[in-house]
Design a protein around this ligand. Structure first.
Ligand code: HGY
Ligand code: MN
Ligand code: MN
Ligand code: MN
Length: 392
C-alpha cells in the first residue's frame, strides 16, 4: 500500500464537514456525517463488502458473512468534536478499507468474517454521551435513555435515528472474536509511526449547575450580588489547580449562561468538567476536591452548586497478551496508555480488544491543528493489515 494510495483516499473525505476554522463539524447523523456514511457505503460496494446496520446507528461493511462466527471487527467513528481534527475517527475507517485492499492485493482471503465498523456519536458532541453507538450495541446504555438524549436544538437521538435504538445485541457481539481500532495518537508519546494501546485512563464528565440571583449588572451593589458566574470562574481555577497538584487532567471547557446578557448578572451557569487520571483513586480524589472547593466557594458567594456525573468510564486495560502479540507482529512497537476514550474501550469489556496508534508529531487533537503525516498513516495501514491477517 503506497503513501499515494492513502493520500488519494484521504483526499476524498478531507473536504466533508470542514469549517472555515479548518476544523470539522461532523456531528452524528447530520449532513456531513451522513455524507461520510454514503462514502462508506460506496467504498464498501466498490469492494463487494456487504453493509449492515445494527439498529443503533452503527454501520458495518463485511468481508465475509456479516456477524459470522469468530468475526473480527475494526473501524472507528466519523463524528468529530466541534472544530475537531479530521483524523480522530475517520483515520481508523479509511485505514480499514485500505487494509482490505492491501490484503486482497496479496491474494489473502480471511478465514473469519472481517467487519469494518463506523460507530455513531463516539465524541458525544451532539447528544452528550460519548461512545453512544458502541455503548448501545454492547448494552452499556439503555436504548430508551439514549433515544431521549437531545442536541442543542432539542432534537432527540431517537428522532435523528428515525427509531428507538435496538439496544444491546449480544447475539452479534457474542460472535466477535476480536476488535482492533486504529486511531491517531492524541498525545506526544509516540516517536515511531505506530504504537499499541495498553490502557485507557479512567475518565468522565460531570455537569455543574451554579444557581444565583439574576439581577441588573449596573445597579446591583457588589456586596448584594449572588453571582453564579463568580462561583463558576472560581471552580475553573480550582479544577486547574487540583489537577496540577494530583497529576490528573481536568478541563472545564463548555459553559451555558442564563440569561447570557451583557448587562444582567446571570441567574444560572451550567458548566461541564472533563476529568481524567491514570488511576481511579487519583480521578476520584481530584473530582471530590473540585466539587468540595465549588461548594465552599458557593457558600461565600451566596450561590448553590449541583453536580451530576453524566458519564464515568472505568480504566480500560486492553488484553495484554493481544497487545504484546501485536507489538511483536509489528517488530516491537511501543505499548502505551492513552487519556482518550474510544469505542474499543467499550468493546474491551466484551471481546479481546486492541488499538493501534498512528504517530501525531505534535500530539494536538480535538483541534484543526490535528495532523498525521501521510507516511505514518500509510505505515498504520500496513500495520493494521498485518494485524487483521493474523487475527482472521
Ligand atoms: O473524549 C475523548 O476522550 C474521545 O476523543 N472521545
Ligand atoms: Mn476524539
Ligand atoms: Mn476518536
Ligand atoms: Mn435596562
Amino acid at each position: 500500500m503506497s503513501v499515494a494510495q492513502f493520500a488519494a483516499l484521504w483526499a476524498e473525505i478531507a473536504p466533508i464537514g470542514r469549517a472555515e476554522s479548518g476544523g470539522y463539524l461532523r456531528y452524528a447523523l447530520t449532513e456531513p456525517e451522513l455524507a461520510l456514511r454514503d462514502w462508506f457505503r460506496a467504498h464498501a460496494a466498490a469492494r463487494d463488502l456487504e453493509v449492515t446496520e445494527d439498529g443503533n446507528g452503527n454501520l458495518f461493511a463485511w468481508w465475509g458473512e456479516p456477524w459470522g462466527s469468530g468475526a473480527v471487527l475494526t473501524g472507528s467513528h466519523f463524528d468529530s468534536v466541534p472544530h475537531g481534527g479530521g483524523y480522530d475517527g475517520p483515520l481508523g475507517i479509511v485505514s480499514a478499507f485500505l487494509a482490505v485492499d492491501r490484503l486482497r492485493a496479496d491474494g489473502y482471503a480471511p478465514g473469519r468474517p472481517l467487519g469494518i465498523a463506523a460507530f455513531v456519536e463516539e465524541e458525544g458532541g451532539r447528544f452528550g454521551l460519548p461512545c453512544l453507538g458502541s455503548r448501545l450495541l454492547t448494552g452499556a446504555v439503555d436504548p430508551e435513555k439514549a433515544a431521549a438524549l437531545t442536541d442543542r436544538d432539542g432534537v432527540s437521538f431517537g428522532e435523528a435515528l428515525g427509531a428507538t435504538p435496538s439496544g444491546a445485541r449480544p447475539d452479534l457481539v457474542g460472535r466477535v472474536s476480536a476488535l482492533v481500532e486504529l486511531h491517531i495518537e492524541q498525545g506526544r508519546a509516540l516517536d515511531v509511526p505506530v504504537g499499541v494501546a495498553s490502557a485507557i485512563w479512567p475518565h468522565g464528565r460531570w455537569r455543574f449547575d451554579f444557581t444565583g440571583r439574576g439581577d441588573h449588572a449596573g445597579t446591583t451593589l457588589m456586596a448584594d450580588r449572588r453571582d453564579p458566574m463568580l462561583t463558576f470562574a472560581y471552580t475553573v481555577l480550582a479544577a486547574n489547580k487540583e489537577a496540577r497538584l494530583s497529576g490528573a487532567h481536568a478541563t472545564m471547557a463548555r459553559v451555558q449562561v442564563e440569561p447570557n446578557a451583557t448587562n444582567a448578572i446571570p441567574a444560572r451557569v451550567r458548566g461541564w468538567l472533563d476529568a481524567r487520571a491514570a488511576e481511579e483513586s487519583t480521578l476520584d480524589g481530584v473530582v471530590d476536591a473540585i466539587v468540595k472547593r465549588a461548594h465552599d466557594r458557593a457558600g461565600r458567594d451566596g450561590t448553590e452548586v449541583g453536580v451530576t456525573a453524566e458519564s464515568v468510564t472505568a480504566q480500560v486495560a486492553f488484553d495484554t497478551a493481544l497487545a504484546e502479540r501485536i507489538a511483536g507482529l509489528l517488530g516491537g512497537a511501543p505499548i502505551l496508555p492513552t487519556g482518550a476514550g474510544h469505542d474499543a474501550g467499550v468493546f474491551s469489556a466484551h471481546v479481546p480488544t486492541a488499538m493501534l496508534f498512528v504517530r501525531n508529531p505534535t500530539g494536538v487533537s480535538h483541534s484543526p491543528a490535528e495532523h498525521a503525516p501521510d507516511e505514518d498513516c500509510a505505515a498504520g495501514v500496513e500495520a493494521l493489515a498485518k494485524v487483521l491477517e493474523a487475527l482472521t
